[in-house]
Write a protein that binds this ligand. Structure first.
Ligand SMILES: [Zn+2]
Length: 118
């Protein structure tokens, strides 16, 4: 039976109902701290039907859906390698992506003041 209620569009994990019905994920062996962005869930409801709780999930970009992160900031990615003639899943630690700064909009005087204050 279909409902006439429109689905709820949710912009991020801090909005109401964003984490409804999403369990906290088990800690993987590489991780030390809970992802504060998704609060350990690895995803949030991006689109939610409140009457049936059908949803479309958004994967957390901070923890890549693991719900946990390494304390040293490295990210874990899954990969496939050939081992003894068979494909095998492995996990790789990779450094976090660099923060890209556009040089067109940078106020250099402000950056220098912030660097001197740090
Ligand atoms: Zn997360």
């Amino acid at each position: 039976m279909r409902s006439n209620l429109p689905p709820l569009m949710i912009a991020g994990p801090d909005e109401p109902h964003a984490l409804d019905n999403i369990p906290i994920r088990m800690r993987p062996d590489h991780a030390d701290v809970t992802c504060e962005h998704c609060r350990g869930r690895g995803a949030w409801n991006e689109l939610l039907h409140l009457d049936s709780m059908r949803c479309r999930l958004a994967i957390c970009p901070e923890c890549d859906g693991h719900g946990w992160k390494a304390r040293d900031g490295t990210r874990m990615i899954s990969d496939v390698v050939m081992r003894n003639g068979h494909a095998a899943w492995i996990r790789r630690h990779v450094p976090p992506p660099p923060i890209l700064v556009s040089h067109q909009n940078v106020d250099e005087d402000r950056v220098m003041l912030e660097l001197e204050a740090a």
